[in-house]
Structures are given as C-alpha cells and as structure tokens.
Design a protein around this ligand. Structure first.
Ligand code: SDX
Length: 377
C-alpha cells in the first residue's frame, strides 16, 4: 500500500509481524517455541546461570568473567540504598494503591535524586541500568512492608538480587530451593525481544530522552492485562475457580462460551508452548511437591489441558508463574512488579542498543477521516 508520502509501506494492525528494527539481544522462534538471549538458549541459561550473569549478558553481549561477575554483584549491593525521598514516598502512598502505579511513580521519583539522570553517556546509562536493577526490588519490598504496617527490612549484602527480594519481603531468608527457583524466574522474565513494554521504552529512547523516562513508559505498558498484568489475573482466575467449586475444565468452558479471554494463554509470537512456560510448569510442580500442596499446580494443569483442547491455545510466561509466585509467598498484586524487577535488565539492554545506533521511531498512520471540509466562515 502506498502512503501519502508515496513510498511503499507495510500495514499491519498492532504491527503484527512487522520488523521494526534489528537487535542482537534476543530472538524468538514462535513456530518452534524457541527463545535465545545473545545466542544462548533460555533452557541453558535457566539451568546454568544466575540472574546477575544473565543481566550482564543482556547488557554486554557476553557472559561475565569471574571478576566481572564479582564486580557486578558488589555494584548491585552498593546501589541498593534508596534516596530518603523514596522512603517518604512509601509513607505517603495510600495502602490500596496499585503496586504498578506505585512502581511507575517510584521510578520517576528515583530520577529526581539521581545526579546523572540526564547524562546521555553510555557509561552513565550502564550505571543507571545497574542502579535500577538494584533499587526496584528494594522499592517494591519496602512498599509491601509499609502497606502492611510492617517494619522495613534492610537488604543483606550476602544475598543475591532474587534471594534478597524474598528476604526483604518476608523478613526471613528463603530456603535454597526457593532462592534457586525465584532466581530462575527472574532469568525467564528478563528479556523477550520487542514486546509492548520494551518497544515503548525504545520509542521513548529513540527521541534521545533518558533512561528513567524510557523505563517509566515501559512500566506503564507492562501494567496492562494483555501484557505483564496477565500473571496477576491468572491467580485471580485460579482463586475464582477454587471458590466456584466447579471442575476447572467446566469453569473454563463456561467462560469460553461467554467469549472471555483466559489470561495466561495465547501469544502474539508463540504459536506453540512458550518455552518459559515449560520451565515454569516444572518449577511449579517441584515447589508444590516440596510444600506438600499440589492444589494450584493441579488446577493449572487442568486449565492448560482444557485451553489446548477447546482453543488450541498454549500457556505463556504468565500462566505458571502465578502458581510459582503464590507458593513462594509473593502477594498476587506484586506479580507484575516482579515481572518488571526482572525485565528492567532487558528494557535497559534495549535502550543501550537503541542509543548505539539510534534513529527516531516514527511510523505512519493511514488516514480514514473526512477530506476537503471548509469552515465556510
Ligand atoms: C506477555 O509480546 C511478548 O513477548 C509479551 C511477553 C513478554 O515476555 O514480554 O511474552 C509477556 O505479555 C505474555 C502475554 C500475556 N497476556 C495474556 O495472557 C492475556 C491473554 N492473551 C491474549 O489476550 C492474547 O493471546 C495476546 C494479547 C497475548 C495476543 O493476542 P493477539 O496476537 O493480538 O491475538 P488476538 O487477540 O488477535 O487473538 C487471536 C485469536 C482470537 O480469536 P478470534 O476472535 O479471531 O476468534 O485467538 C483468541 C482471540 O479471541 N485468543 C484467545 C486468547 N488469546 C487469543 N481466546 C481466549 N483466551 C485467550 N487468552
């Protein structure tokens, strides 16, 4: 289709299938259900790496050496302390505020107290990427403690990002299995190509705006239930099924006859099982066995089987993460902020890549409004 600009254009609702840019960070094969970060399969990274190693890989393009890993871990610990205003923000925030709205505001607040917030150098932007990766878990755990009237828990320098979040949230050091599973969850949620929130961040970055503006926009996009907000909706659905007393298959079939969207299923790119969902399914079962409570896992499997039979749809990353996070003791309305706590690494990696070879992102729209009107004044 030729636009009014005269040059050849590609038109696709929701930009489905449109290649907007080239990236070396991540690739997804939606037909085969394959996902790679910088050439490594998600299965390999989930099994053999830590979240901190994957963060470095996303930012730098290579897995860290032992020295680089140690230095990054020390930097992350050193960047955890929040500016005093962030603590005042927690005090002022009403208890019933949506945690993603709090996070969106919290990131904008952090920007006000970062002396290099508007420094466009790649060195400063890398430091801000590490700073946000360190501070978001502290911000979220503090928000949850405050709204529950509990004292803040100071971060522990001997705990990695994933373990430290669970420690600050609940005030007790998680067990080895929980630490490992949650660290793997952060790896699985770290990056996923040009999803809606990452694309939002790159559009903002492409105007040569700053890291905090790009991440604030990305958080806004992730909040939506068609994107990162789905995991919370999955848990609310499982709870609804439980309360109904119906067989999960029957409950799903009823909703499908009402043309409802079943959260945690379907994907714009994957037309088979999301490889992250397969790993999360196994971890959900492992946790269920360890805790001696298969309720949510068994219910999830029945929902999964019904959706495949009735709609030919497969679970995405948000489906089994719901039962994993619940079993880890994470409150349901913190599920999407936890997604952001991991995706901050992918978002910032894409911003660094955008700025390395920038061009303003500005698509066209096909005009379908009236023409040739006059005011006759
Ligand atoms: C994430 O993009 C990414 O990479 C995102 C993500 C990441 O890591 O960043 O993977 C994370 O956001 C995962 C997706 C989380 N969202 C949900 O689980 C919400 C439920 N899913 C859907 O709304 C939907 O599947 C989308 C939004 C994820 C994708 O939708 P598309 O590509 O726009 O497809 P569509 O809405 O046009 O649906 C195609 C058909 C429709 O049937 P018809 O109307 O043509 O008959 O499939 C049906 C839809 O009704 N369908 C569903 C469904 N998803 C699609 N029907 C019921 N339940 C669903 N979940």
């Amino acid at each position: 289709m030729a636009s009014s600009a005269g040059n050849k254009t590609t038109e696709s609702k929701g930009l489905e299938g449109v290649i907007a840019l080239h990236t070396g960070i991540c690739d997804i094969d939606g037909q085969k259900g394959k996902l790679i970060y910088r050439g490594y399969s998600i299965e390999d990274l989930a099994k053999n790496c830590t979240f901190e190693e994957v963060a470095w890989l996303l930012w730098q393009g290579e897995l860290p050496t032992a020295d680089e890993k140690h230095h990054l871990e020390r930097q992350l610990v050193g960047e955890r302390p929040l500016p005093p205003m962030a603590r005042e923000l927690m005090e002022m925030t009403p208890e019933d505020v949506d945690p993603m709205a709090f996070l969106r505001t919290g990131i904008s607040t952090l920007a006000l107290f970062d002396s290099e917030a508007d420094d466009p150098s790649s060195e400063a932007n890398f430091r801000k990427s590490i700073r946000l990766t360190a501070q978001i878990p502290v911000l979220l755990a503090g928000f949850d403690r405050r709204r529950n009237g509990q004292p803040l828990v100071r971060p522990r320098p001997d705990l990695a990002t994933a373990a430290n979040f669970l420690y600050m949230l609940r005030g007790e050091v998680p067990g080895e299995e929980a630490m490992r599973i949650f660290d793997t969850c952060l790896i699985l949620h770290a990056e996923h190509g040009l999803n809606a929130s990452t694309f939002t961040g790159r559009v903002i970055g492409a105007t040569l705006s700053d890291v905090y503006s790009g991440i604030s926009g990305a958080v806004g996009a992730l909040k939506g239930p068609l994107h990162g907000g789905a995991n919370r909706k999955v848990m609310e659905m499982l709870a609804d099924i439980d309360r109904s007393g119906l067989d999960p298959a029957e409950w799903i079939r009823q909703r499908l006859t009402e043309k409802a969207r079943i959260m945690g299923f379907g994907h714009r790119v994957y037309k088979t099982l999301d490889p992250r969902a397969a790993i999360l399914r196994d971890m959900s079962e492992a946790l269920a066995e360890e805790r001696g409570n298969r309720k949510w896992f068994d219910m999830s499997v029945k929902v999964m089987q019904t959706m495949e039979q009735e709609k030919g749809l497969y679970p995405n990353v948000d489906f089994f993460s719901a039962s994993v996070y619940t079993t880890l003791g994470i409150p349901t309305d913190l599920f999407t902020p936890v997604f952001a706590m991991a995706r901050i690494t992918g978002w910032t990696a894409h911003l660094l890549e955008q700025w390395a070879d920038n061009r303003l992102i500005r698509p066209r729209a096909a005009y379908n409004g009236p023409q040739g009107r006059t005011t006759k004044r």
